[in-house]
Design a binder for this molecule. Structure first.
Ligand code: DX5
Ligand code: ZN
Length: 235
């Protein structure tokens, strides 16, 4: 079930748009995960971002499909699965079956990106492509029209709680302009280092969805932080 509860955002290049907030469970406390999910769902989260890491594409390991399947009954929120793994084509079916609503793979890990995007769509989930900070937008020239989602990394993937890379704002704005200019139906998402103190700047660059991990779960009161972010963005 996809909720449409994003808040109104100022956007310098066009009409006010809605931005969705996607808490990343990477920074949540898994010893009380049901409570953590309920907390952000109650505070108005729009979807849940699930970071899958394999210790090869990135130097960290998180979880596989079983964890996603186990937490699926805990919430109505869509699951936004971000695969930071090598050979993603081997696993996308498992992550779709586990209950993902969208699956995003990395351009840097996809040898046959076009084929892989089709493979994900055939599984009945939305297909996303993510770009690392050092990967330029021009790699999207051919693939952009095929995507449901474009994820711009604003940190080098692998860990929560890293600092936002300042040049990401310009890249995000350029991605917004590219999607609009080419008239593509692609959701634009940004991931990494977004906090209360930079969320307005990031939102102004025009993403449809902002992922937040440590910026929510690393604060004393994540629900209150989420509510403050919504208020800030609406101001
Ligand atoms: C980083 C992950 C992010 C991470 C973001 O590799 O892809 O989704 O959870 O966390 P913060 O918001 O803490 O940078
Ligand atoms: Zn992520």
């Amino acid at each position: 079930m996809v909720r449409e509860s994003g808040v109104s955002m100022p956007h310098k290049n066009g009409p006010r748009r809605k931005v969705k907030i996607a808490p990343s469970l990477l920074s949540a406390d898994f010893s009380r995960i049901a409570e953590q999910i309920a907390l952000v769902e109650g505070a108005g989260a729009d979807l849940l971002h699930l970071d899958v890491m394999d210790g090869r594409f990135v130097p960290n390991i998180t979880w596989g499909p079983k964890i996603i399947r186990d937490i699926r009954p805990l919430t109505q929120l869509p699951f936004d699965t971000h695969l930071m793994i090598v050979e993603p084509e081997r696993y996308v079916a498992d992550f779709a079956a586990a209950g993902s609503d969208s699956i995003t793979v990395h351009w840097e890990a996809a040898t046959h990106a076009h084929l892989l995007i089709q493979q994900i769509k055939k599984l009945g989930v939305r297909a996303g492509l993510s770009l690392n900070p050092a990967t330029p937008l021009n790699v999207l020239d051919e693939i952009l029209p095929y995507l449901d989602l474009l994820l711009i990394m604003s940190v080098d993937p692998g860990f929560g709680g890293q600092s936002y890379i300042p040049s990401s704002t310009q890249k995000l704005a350029a991605a917004r302009e590219l999607i609009d200019r080419r008239g593509c139906n692609v959701q634009l998402e940004v991931d990494g280092g977004v906090h209360l103190d930079n969320v307005v700047e990031v939102a102004r660059a025009g993403p449809d969805t902002i992922v937040m991990g440590a910026g929510l779960f690393g604060t004393a009161k994540p629900a209150l932080t989420l509510e403050r972010i919504r208020a800030l963005c609406e101001a």
